[in-house]
Design a binder for this molecule. Structure first.
Ligand SMILES: [Zn+2]
Length: 224
């Protein structure tokens, strides 16, 4: 899953005392930030195996840290503790931690069995990447629902929302229909990290157009 990962971030940003949107957008993909950082170091590994699933030619054969449920939970706890340290907002920290954990659950829906509970088999994944007629509407549907919940609660600028949604859609279309990578290279990791970074920046830009009092990362002003 790619842009669908940000759906829980948008839904959670509409909750009272939630962290700000860019923090949650980072939380939703921090697992993949780490994966693409560990990939060039050889700590986690994938390879190109055309046809391994209908929609994704990457064989994600060694993801014991970032894409195990245990690893995801540990990353969620660390992320939540960082939020707590910066803001003192316990409820916001819990929300951010749960958004981190949502990454594994959404990946489980689409990945062919390559996820684990704690780093070793059994390998898990429902495999909707082999069912594009389900996976494509699912991914667009969940991010659409997330954007709708956020918009209803936070009333961002319509122009910025449209730009943001179009950028997400463009990234997803390239991901689905662009030329597949021929090899796992450093530039593949850098491209993925740049895309995540750009979406996080755009989330900040979108969030600054909402009508709430600005309070940095401390969100107590959002109550009521
Ligand atoms: Zn992932």
């Amino acid at each position: 899953m790619f842009i669908g990962h940000w759906a829980p971030a948008f839904a959670a940003a509409a909750l009272q005392r939630a962290p700000r949107l860019p923090v949650l957008v980072l939380a939703a993909q921090v697992v993949d930030w780490l994966f693409f950082a560990l990939l060039p170091l050889g700590i986690e590994r994938m390879r190109v195996v055309p046809g391994i699933s209908a929609m994704n030619p990457m064989d994600l054969y060694h993801l014991p840290y970032t894409h195990s449920l245990l690893g995801g939970a540990a990353i969620g706890v660390l992320f939540a503790l960082a939020c707590l340290g910066f803001t003192g907002n316990r409820r916001g920290a819990l929300i951010a931690g749960l958004v981190v954990l949502s990454h594994w659950a959404l990946d489980w829906l689409v990945h062919v069995p390559d996820l684990t509970l704690a780093g070793s088999p059994p390998k898990l994944g429902l495999g909707l990447w082999n069912r594009p007629a389900i996976a494509i509407p699912l991914e667009l549907g969940v991010i659409g629902a997330g954007l709708w919940l956020y918009t209803r609660a936070m009333r961002p600028s319509a122009m910025r929302l449209a730009v943001f949604a179009l950028v997400l859609l463009a990234f997803q279309l390239v991901n689905w229909f662009g030329p597949p990578p021929q090899a796992v290279t450093l530039s593949l990791s850098l491209t993925a990290l740049a895309a995540f970074g750009l979406v996080t920046l755009l989330a900040w830009w979108l969030d600054t157009s909402t009508n709430l009092p600005r309070a940095g990362l401390a969100i107590d002003a959002r109550r009521g």
